[in-house]
Write a protein that binds this ligand. Sequence first.
Ligand code: 2AM
Length: 610
Amino acid sequence: MATYGEGEPTDNAVQLMQNLQDESFEFSKGAHDLSGLKYVVFGLGNKTYEHYNVISQYVDTALEKMGAIRMGIRGEGDDDKSMEEDYLEWKDGMWEAFATAMGVEEGQGGDTADFAVRELESHPEEKVYLGELSARALTKTKGIHDAKNPYPAPLTVARELFQDTKDRNCVHVELNIEGSGITYQHGDHVGVWPSNSELEVDRLLLALGLYDKKDKVINIDSLDPALAKVPFPVPTTYATVLRHYIDISALAGRQMLGTFAKFAPNPEAEAAIKELNTNKEVYHEIVANGCLKAGEVLQLAAGNDIQAIPTPENTTAWPIPFDMIVSSIPRLQPRYYSISSSPKLHPNSIHVTCVVLKYQSTPNERVPERSVYGVGSNFLLNLKYAANGEEAPLLGSTGVAGAVVPSYAIEGPRGAYKQENIYKAPIHVRRSTFRLPTNPKSPVIMVGPGTGVAPFRGFVQERVALARRSIEKNGPDALADWGRITLFYGCRKSTEDFLYQDEWPSYISELKGKFVMHTALSREPPYKPDGSKIYVQDLIWEQRDSVADSILNGKGYVYICGDAKNMSKAVEEVLAKVLGEAKGGSAEVEGAAEVKMLKERSRLLLDVWS
Ligand code: 2AM
């Protein structure tokens, strides 16, 4: 059971949570007795967030209350550190408890296939999935666009927001939703479905010995649909599965290496991959620190050079059955971005503001330091290059041009994603509760350094649209009794990464003094007297009188967006200090109580990520 955001269940667990909440109430009256039920529970969470693993804890407690019996202990995984290790550590004890509770022998397990893969000799071309994410997308029939049926949205605008584009990129893209039936609100999230880089697709095809038949049409059947469903649409091709449907760019998990070891091409490769699978420390040092993907681990274990461009000559083929790949490597997931526009100004387009993720791996004795590219943000960057007819720069240690160019943006399966130089990205909208108060009289404080400013551009646009309407209806003084909206923004330098620098002045003038912006420039003077950087929290402290007045007297709303690890915590701390002082008390007592109350009344809202 996963917990996300502010202690919320995942979309597919919302109904279960509601049922459990009702049922436990009913159970206290004796209506529901689950004493025949035995269960195990493992929670997925992230310790950076305040509500760590609350959903799994809730489900566990609710089931127990209804008389169900948990086998073994409840497991909790921390995605900030060691999700897979937490799971592996919990798993053995769980199976032991399971075997005892169910009166069965503990087996070996894990070797039986979930799926059967069949190569098809002839199949109508128009019925083969080549990246489409739903049956409707394949047959081009109309229907609602949601997470099960993403909409291939044309990219109408794509540009760079940073002024130093050498090593850091931040892209602004506008996705056209006209005629799609998709609607959105300011503060919502858009899920973008990326695809993997061609380099990684080729690498894994070669390491699996499938390169020569990469476009062969295959069907995949689930051997027991009650246990495992085929996670993507079929029939399809080997290359499509790796390109569009499974997460081959993620760090290779320690568990999957155990499965691969059984199909090693030679004893040396077997010993090498077994060591990575069984020795936690070696796995951590070589695979985790080296940021190795599944294809790279196979190459490394077989003694291939992972720095070279993979070819049939330099890559050893492992005879791993494809059904094992489908079972071991998870489905490629959409990446969510806070929408940076308002539908009132832009009813036909969704804007995304995204810093492109690139970082360096930690070098070790077998893998040198390399650049690692985030899948979702590089997908958007490469869509930008493609849409503007620009050549992608050389990427990565291999120096391959366009190493992460999404193939369907370039070739487009039967034109599904590319039509006459229009590039498309499959998207769907996820609703959020991160919204302005409906009454414009309420003051609003927004804190969003870096790309944390994205939703606030949408908030400000929302107010601009409302102001235009009010002024049109009630004359030039229509905004006189509006509350003030204040944005605390932060970036490194005014000449480098100041997002939407050219837009803010016009918003400020249209909102006639009802929109104020304070910008913390961390890497340009002035610095603090001790020479340290000025951040948004320092500006909040500087503006403490008006901040406290907005919150305490104006019954205002506070929004924080951006980094969950340090920034949002520091901002909450400074708010407690400001409010504590304003109430004539301390940050720890009066201030903390006020922050807690604001959260409970949904007047302090967070959209943060780690
Ligand atoms: P820095 O990178 O110069 O340290 C957007 O990333 C802005 O947020 C940058 O100016 C960055 O400054 C700043 N930033 C980094 N850590 C922060 C923190 N803990 N709190 C607030 N802002 C921070």
